[in-house]
Design a protein around this ligand. Structure first.
Ligand SMILES: [Zn+2]
Ligand SMILES: [Zn+2]
Length: 152
């Protein structure tokens, strides 16, 4: 349920949602939101658990998952499924993704950088949304000459 088109998850948007929805505001939740909001690499729930536990040891997996699902259901976070791996995306505008086939990192590609023509007439389905995934080597892997193909 998207209440407002806020564009992306920020601490301010989160605080507004907390007030509007009466969510519990805990230091752990703030740490989760701070990490996800500033992450450009589309972290997994596991990445988020590890990071939050560095700041708040003993933060349970349930706390992390509950918070992520709350944000997703409210429309402040997108869940993306890439090859069976669920990642969290603070960019809630329509956009495309670049995936590095060497290190597996996922980056955003703004909508306007991809020009695509979809011939809906040639199919029998109605398209509501088009998401393009570009694969290749990220800037880090390119500079390292890294050609290892991630298997996970
Ligand atoms: Zn890479
Ligand atoms: Zn994204």
């Amino acid at each position: 349920m998207v209440i407002l088109d806020m564009g992306r998850l920020t601490l301010e948007n989160f605080r507004e949602a907390v007030t509007a929805q009466g969510w519990k505001l805990t230091p752990q939740r703030i740490a989760i939101v701070e990490y996800v909001a500033n992450a450009l690499h589309h972290p997994t729930a596991e990445d988020i658990c590890i990071h939050v536990n560095e700041r708040f040891p003993m933060t349970s997996r349930a706390t992390v998952y509950n918070t992520l699902h709350l944000l997703r259901d409210y429309g402040l976070l997108q869940e993306i499924n890439e090859a069976g791996v669920i990642r969290f995306d603070p960019n809630i505008r329509d956009h495309h993704h670049f995936i590095c086939t060497s290190c597996g990192s996922v980056r955003d590609i703004p909508q306007e950088l991809v020009n695509i023509v979809f011939s809906a007439e040639a199919t029998d389905f109605e398209a509501n949304d088009i998401e393009v995934v570009v694969r290749g080597r990220c800037v880090v892997c390119k500079s390292l000459g890294n050609v290892f193909v991630a298997t996970s």
